[in-house]
Design a protein around this ligand. Sequence first.
Ligand code: DGL
Length: 269
Amino acid sequence: MNNNSSSPIGIFDSGVGGLTVARAVMERLPRESVLYFGDTARVPYGVKSQDIISRYAVEIAKFLLEKRVKMLIIACNTMAAVAYDAVRALSGVPVLEVIDAGARTAVAHTRNHRIGIIATPSTTSSGAYLQAIQRYEHDGMFITTQACPLFVPLVEEGWTDHPVTRLTAFEYLTPLLAQNIDTLVLGCTHYPLLKPMLQSVMGPGVQLVDSAEAISLRAEALLREMDLENASGEPPRHVFHVTDVPHRFQEVGERFLGRPLDQVELVSL
Ligand code: DGL
């Protein structure tokens, strides 16, 4: 257990997508330092097998634990769906993950008890969102899931407001529209960047749940509860570890993070 409140929060993802979570955490907890890990050399995880995803997640978590983080946040829905238990088993620090946070928020928001989940194929086939929602509410809840594998490359390409993406969104979301859901969980790190488009396709009657926002609220509450808030008065220091610096990394990363991406360190596991 690392009880040092001035230690950083470790946030990890398969690539740059988790920067949407880092951004929400930095905005909500401006005094906290963040140590981010993006496995940019091996992304995407969303179409990989469960064994491989678990193995990679454990490698990353060990790396961050060695850096003495005080809390781990699994920003990647795909890793959270299949590797949460394996990561928790490693660690004496609190481990938060996006699926539980998103599920909780969705249950709190829905009025008609009809929730849609969009995510990568690995996340939808794991059933993790279904289980998480049922943990909070199991009576009379209708849940429908839709894998949207093309959204990740479209967002990485920067096509967040592009006719091809709109057409793809219609294709994926039409079955959900027909189910009369009132809440849609954005179950993938990349989807918050598509919020305006997804909202316009789903219409104003559907509330979008952004796990990035939900998890930053959980992190804030847990740090307070555990007396782990940074009270040192030192300015926060954010470091971004990546396993590759791919084409357009800086530009795409800064779009996700919403601020300049400096302090990038290339590492291998
Ligand atoms: N980070 C992944 C997720 O949230 C999306 C990218 C990938 O497939 O690795 O599910």
